[in-house]
Write a protein that binds this ligand. Structure first.
Ligand SMILES: [Zn+2]
Length: 259
């Protein structure tokens, strides 16, 4: 198995320096939530859901919900991706998951969950005027935002709201969060996302799934995916593509009132 010593060594070889971000009304900032759905976050909810309570995922949900509430209270723009697949369209290499119309393809928590605290709830977002919800049938939300007529819902959201900074949270750090970040950064660099300047990934509000090496070895056709390491590698690759990575975010109304 991957020991914490091995992970520490890898983190030394692949360092990800993390900054902090102060969000205020002066620089137009939008929040992007990636796939905070039952199918990836709620214990036992499906093929790609955690099989037991998982700290990294719980912290990601709680922190994402906290930030989403602040954005909506301030009437700042929020964009939420929901992984949602047609039952007849597989997504290799993954097993069936987040089938449209099921609880898996809904924002947390599921109706079958035991009573949860407000910290774990995101379904209220569906009724928020500040939020744009986008159901996507692919890993990369940027591609999943393309409409039949070739327009792009995410690009339109950036333009309409004149967003200069996007703050990205959600799951999985090394899969859907990473692919979306890479595509958005390429689009920004090509001038398709003006006036966007920065894409910021909030590490504590991101998570990935856990398949330890010893578990993968015991099951056929399962690829190891040690959680802490893959989360770190996701951040590392995103940073290499030009994302900013932060470990803290704070809010204040105006620059001169920041604590
Ligand atoms: Zn999917």
């Amino acid at each position: 198995m991957v020991t914490s010593g091995t992970i520490d060594l890898l983190k030394e070889e692949l360092p990800v320096e993390q900054e902090s971000l102060v969000v205020n009304g002066d620089v137009k900032t939008g929040l992007v939530l990636v796939d905070i759905v039952n199918g990836f976050c709620t214990v036992g909810a499906g093929n790609l859901a955690p099989t037991q309570p998982n700290n990294q995922i719980s912290e990601m949900v709680a922190e994402s919900v906290r930030v989403a509430r602040i954005f909506c209270e301030k009437k700042w723009p929020v964009f939420a991706f929901i992984d949602s697949h047609h039952p007849d369209v597989p997504e290799p290499p993954y097993p069936p998951h987040c089938i449209a119309g099921t609880q898996e393809a809904e924002l947390v928590p599921g109706r079958y969950s035991t009573p949860v605290s407000r910290m774990g709830e995101l379904q209220w977002l569906e009724n928020e005027p500040c939020a744009t919800i986008r159901r996507k049938g692919c890993i990369d939300g940027f591609i999943g935002s393309v409409e039949k007529d070739g327009s792009n819902v995410f690009m339109d959201w950036v333009k309409t709201n004149q967003i200069k900074v996007i703050l990205v949270v959600g799951i999985c750090t090394d899969i859907c969060v990473l692919d979306f970040a890479c595509s958005a950064l390429s689009a920004r660099n090509r001038g398709f996302l003006a006036p966007l300047e920065d894409l910021v990934i909030y590490s504590r509000a991101c998570a990935t799934y856990d398949v330890p090496v010893h578990v993968a070895r015991a099951v056929k056709n399962v690829i190891a995916h040690p959680q802490d390491l893959m989360h770190h590698i996701g951040l590392y690759v995103a940073k290499g593509r030009g994302a900013k990575v932060i470990s803290e975010v704070s809010f204040c109304p105006q620059q001169d009132q920041c604590a």
